[in-house]
Each structure stands twice: as structure tokens, then as C-alpha cells.
Design a binder for this molecule. Structure first.
Ligand SMILES: [Zn+2]
Length: 335
């Protein structure tokens, strides 16, 4: 099968083709696993963290990709929930405890980091971590829901807002533009304020229904009850804290932060940014329960992902465009 592999950790500032197209054997599903013929795989910011070693793959070479959609091609003997031909998705957790806090388990294994993922024609997964895709969505529309959408759902739950509360989003990429649609559905009386560093992204946020969009360092016209940070940087986190009302909550929706602007943390003033019972909460990994709850809600809305498509062999181009923020919305490989 054709697959894009990551042979080793590299710096994307020095290397613009970290992945290589190779031919690999089709994986053989174990007794409780299904083999998927992959049709679409989303490109997630976490792939950049894997390529640059901020979250280290368990083996090399590794096939990245954890927003996977495809049809079941073969079944292990003990699989009972699925049949050949079913259309399913796979997310970030490839294997864990199955409990409600499985995303916090030290033993959880990540798709496309600890085991091969969806930047390939085939992949396998245990049936407990595969999800039926609602008919509402095409394969391409469904792919970003498996991570960007589902982690947004988890972040919104952790934001702990009530309908009518004011919500901020700092960063407005693949995940946040889905969170905005989710927030409009779950909290119809809540206004959404967006912070983004470039005008095109702010315009996109206003088109999508944000009531206000400003630069990362701007003050919002109202103090906000909660803000979700989907950026890899520190400045948006520090600036978001100022925009919270007393007892407001900042939810950091990122697996890793990058170090490029870490010095910005020195601007943190206890009095301005943290005092008045403000909280910071990080999002860990998405549970299978999050995905099972989120997909029917996404179908009811129905959420529409802004998607740019690439061929499998263009994965490096998609990753660089993600890193340098040159294309808005989500990115999906067609396989
Ligand atoms: Zn992801």
C-alpha cells in the first residue's frame, strides 16, 4: 500500500519534506481489530508536534494521521459491532482503558504516533476505537470532526459556560471554526468573540458568526466568561487571561505549546492576568465517549468544515501550509 512515513524527527525550519512516500505491506488486523481502506485523513497541528519531536513517536518510521475516515475492508474474528463495508472513523486514541478518564491514562496509545495512522491506504484499529460516521457527512467533511471537532467539543464542555455567557476563541483555525458552530448550537444566546493575528482570519470569523473579531493582543469590548485557546503560542494565552471576567476560565486546547515566544510569559502579571479567581484548564486527549457524543450533535447542526483537500503525496505541502497558516480552515488528504 502507499503510505507517507516519517522516518525521523526534523525541524520544519530546515526541512520542508519531512514525510516520504513509500510502499508498505497492508496491515493484518488482530482478533478485535478492523482493517480500514482509508479514503480521507485530516491534517492536525499535532502532526507538527510529532515531526518536530515535541510529542515523540513511539517508533520510526511512523505513519502519521489521526482524523481517519474509510470503509471496513476486513474484520478480526472477535469483532461484533461492525461489518465489512461499514464507513467508520478513527480519532487520536488508538487504544486505552475504555474508561471515562482513559484520556488521562499513561498507557494510552495514540493513532499515528504510537501506532501507524491514516496517511496511508490502509490502517487497523480495535473496534472499541472506531466510530460510525453519520450519513450527513461526506468522507472529507467527516475527517476534521474526528479530532479538530471532537477536541473542540471537549474544550467547550470544559469551558463550563451556560447559555448566554460570553465565549472567546483565541486562534481561529481547523478546530476553532468548528467550535464556533458548536457553541452557536449548544449555547444559542452566547456571543462569540474571536482573537486572531491576521485580518483574513478575523474576516473569516465574522463571516462564520462571531460578534467581534480583534487582534490577539486587543481587549474585547466585554469581559468574557470563558476563552478557548487553540494556538501553539504563549502570547494568546497571556493576552486571553486579561480578557476574562472574574472567575472566568481559560481552556487551553493544545497537546503541546511551541517555545518560539515563550519569553512572552514574562509579561504575566498576577494582578492583571490571574487574580480574581481566574482559572486555566488544559484539554488532554479526546475520549471515545467524546467522539460518540459529538458526532450526532455535529450531524444535527450540521457542522460544516471549511476544507482544503490534498493528495496523499502532497502531505508535506499540507503540513507546511498548516505550520505557516497560509490556508484557512481544515486540511484533508484524499487517499
Ligand atoms: Zn489532532
Amino acid at each position: 500500500m502507499r503510505a507517507m512515513i516519517l522516518p525521523k524527527i526534523v525541524s520544519l525550519a530546515e526541512v520542508d519534506d519531512p514525510l516520504q512516500l513509500v510502499d508498505l505491506p497492508i496491515p493484518d488486523p488482530d482478533q478485535d481489530e478492523v482493517l480500514i481502506r482509508v479514503s480521507a485523513c485530516g491534517v492536525c497541528h499535532t502532526e507538527l508536534d510529532e515531526i518536530e519531536g515535541r510529542t515523540m513517536p513511539a517508533k520510526f518510521p511512523i505513519v502519521l494521521g489521526h482524523e481517519v475516515v474509510g470503509k471496513i475492508e476486513a474484520l478480526g474474528k472477535r469483532v461484533s459491532r461492525f461489518r465489512k463495508g461499514d464507513r467508520i472513523g478513527v480519532g487520536w486514541i488508538h487504544q486505552s482503558t475504555g474508561g471515562v478518564d482513559e484520556n488521562l491514562s499513561a498507557d494510552f496509545r495514540a493513532t499515528g504516533r504510537d501506532t501507524n495512522g491514516g496517511y496511508a491506504e490502509y490502517m487497523k484499529v480495535s473496534e472499541g476505537y472506531a466510530y460510525f460516521i453519520p450519513d450527513t457527512f461526506s468522507d472529507v467533511q467527516a475527517a476534521p470532526l474526528l479530532c479538530a471537532g471532537a477536541i473542540g467539543y471537549r474544550a467547550l464542555k470544559l469551558a463550563n459556560i451556560r447559555d448566554g455567557d460570553l465565549l472567546g476563541l483565541t486562534g481561529f483555525g481547523g478546530s476553532a471554526h468548528l467550535v464556533l458552530q458548536l457553541a452557536q448550537y449548544m449555547y444559542p444566546n452566547s456571543e462569540v468573540y474571536v482573537f486572531a493575528r491576521d485580518q483574513a482570519t478575523r474576516d473569516f470569523a465574522l463571516e462564520q458568526g462571531a460578534v467581534w473579531a480583534g487582534d490577539t493582543s486587543q481587549r474585547s469590548p466585554e469581559a468574557l466568561d470563558a476563552i478557548i485557546d487553540t494556538t501553539p503560542a504563549w502570547k494568546p494565552l497571556v493576552e486571553a487571561l486579561i480578557n476574562l471576567r472574574p472567575a472566568g476560565r481559560l481552556v487551553v486546547n493544545a497537546i503541546r505549546k511551541e517555545d518560539a515566544d515563550k519569553d512572552y510569559l514574562l509579561n504575566l502579571s498576577y494582578h492583571e492576568h490571574l487574580w480574581m479567581e481566574k482559572e486555566i484548564k488544559s484539554v488532554a486527549n479526546i475520549t471515545h465517549q467524546d467522539i460518540n457524543e459529538f458526532l450526532p450533535i455535529a450531524a444535527a447542526i450540521p457542522i460544516k468544515s471549511e476544507v482544503t483537500c490534498y493528495k496523499l503525496e502532497e502531505a508535506n505541502k499540507a503540513l507546511l501550509e498548516l505550520k505557516y497558516n497560509t490556508v484557512r480552515g481544515a486540511k484533508v488528504l484524499l487517499i
